[in-house]
Design a protein around this ligand. Structure first.
Ligand code: ADP
Length: 164
């Protein structure tokens, strides 16, 4: 059995992430979506909120579970018996950073392989950052994120406006 890890910030999960998670779920017997605590970024959603949204939208895949990690990804992978890290590639601009991460992770452990899945063309321009920016500026994110995420984004924007 091959256990794969799909790591990321998922702040929040988008339809692009789901495309990659779904592809991973058909390729591997067991998939863990791992949400990074990532102290260097200030997230819009708390880790609990990001996990809640992922649990809801990944429920159609019985072989997908959600976890969180702090610290080195390869340590988490080894702890969980994971042998494959899955990353999504959108454009050439993703490549340099992803290559650096993959090579560094291989240096840290040769027991974990990184594989890259190409996103569907319709998601190639999609990122959590752009979705947050559109929502903040009052635009529609329909079709870019799952419905439950859309509602939570709207709530965050309303809460932020009320605080001003
Ligand atoms: P990170 O902060 O680690 O980049 P993200 O949540 O931004 O985390 O992304 C997690 C993974 O999902 C990465 O492999 C990223 O390349 C991939 N990803 C993000 N958006 C898309 C998309 N629109 N299509 C395909 N893969 C994506």
């Amino acid at each position: 059995m091959t256990r794969a890890l799909v790591p990321g910030s998922f702040d929040p999960v988008t339809n692009g992430h789901l495309d990659i998670i779904g592809r991973a779920a058909t390729l591997f017997e067991d998939v863990i979506v791992a949400v990074a605590h990532n102290a260097s970024k200030t997230p819009l959603f708390t880790i609990e909120e990001r996990v809640e949204m992922l649990v809801e939208v990944c429920s159609p895949w019985p072989n997908v579970s959600i976890g969180t990690f702090d610290g080195l990804l390869v340590h988490f992978a080894l702890e969980k018996g994971v042998t494959v890290i899955v990353r999504g590639l959108r454009a050439v601009s993703d490549f340099e950073y992803e290559l650096q991460m993959a090579l560094m992770n291989r240096r840290l452990s040769d027991k974990v392989e990184t594989v890259f899945l190409m996103t569907g063309a319709e998601h190639s321009y999609l990122s959590s950052s752009i979705v947050k920016e559109i929502a903040r500026l009052g635009g529609s994110v329909e079709g870019l994120v799952p419905n439950c995420v859309e509602q939570r984004l709207q709530q965050k924007v309303t809460d932020a406006r009320d605080r001003r």
